[in-house]
Design a protein around this ligand. Structure first.
Ligand SMILES: [Zn+2]
Length: 190
């Protein structure tokens, strides 16, 4: 699956919008990305999971387990695990720290993929890599559906994304779109 094909799936699902947006952070951006809108379609989620699995296996070999941070990564871990024929688990926050709960665990040196829906700064992926290592896992690679850092994020392990976007966001007073005379709107508000 090429990057253009992936982005077309996102656009058709309304998960990637282009215009002038007011993000929940208060910043303005010309692009809005909401992976949940594509992952709400199980067939699309399965296609994307299959494509990401192929990329990761080609790069790092087959995994024993797929680990993701909740909430954004859960469906991606599920679909990558399905495509790889292994189990998928997730870490969630407990008192602010990502932790494996619900009886999830890893066997010593178990080969892990760590996956996310979107990598922005890589913070939650790196944190999940640490969770997997603390649980005894051997992290082979990290993957995301979309890397919105423009490929600038170093996760410390081999990594792949189905599409790489550079999505600058601006404070209102520095927004070139506002300077051009347009007004931002909240995604989903029209
Ligand atoms: Zn603006």
């Amino acid at each position: 699956m090429t990057q253009d094909e992936v982005l077309e799936i996102f656009r058709r699902a309304g998960a990637l919008l282009e215009g002038h947006f007011l993000l929940t952070s208060g910043l303005h951006s010309a692009k809005y990305l909401q992976c949940a809108l594509v992952l709400q379609h199980p067939q699309l989620a399965a296609q994307l999971g299959q494509a990401l699995t192929e990329r990761l296996v080609e790069m790092a070999g087959p995994p024993d387990v797929v680990v993701a941070p909740a909430l954004g990564g859960i469906l991606v871990a599920h679909e990558v695990a399905r495509a790889a024929g292994v189990r998928g688990i997730f870490a969630e926050r407990e008192s602010g720290t990502l932790t494996l709960r619900r009886g999830f665990g890893l066997r010593p040196r178990e080969r892990c993929f760590v996956v996310e829906d979107v990598v922005t700064t890589g913070g939650s992926t790196r944190e999940t890599i640490e969770v997997a290592r603390r649980a005894g896992g051997n992290v082979l690679a990290a993957g995301a559906l979309i890397d919105r850092s423009g490929g600038k994020t170093d996760l410390g392990v081999p990594s792949a994304a189905l599409a790489v976007l550079d999505v600058p966001a601006y404070a209102a007073e520095h927004c070139p779109l506002c300077a051009g005379g347009s007004r931002p709107h909240k995604p989903g508000s029209r």
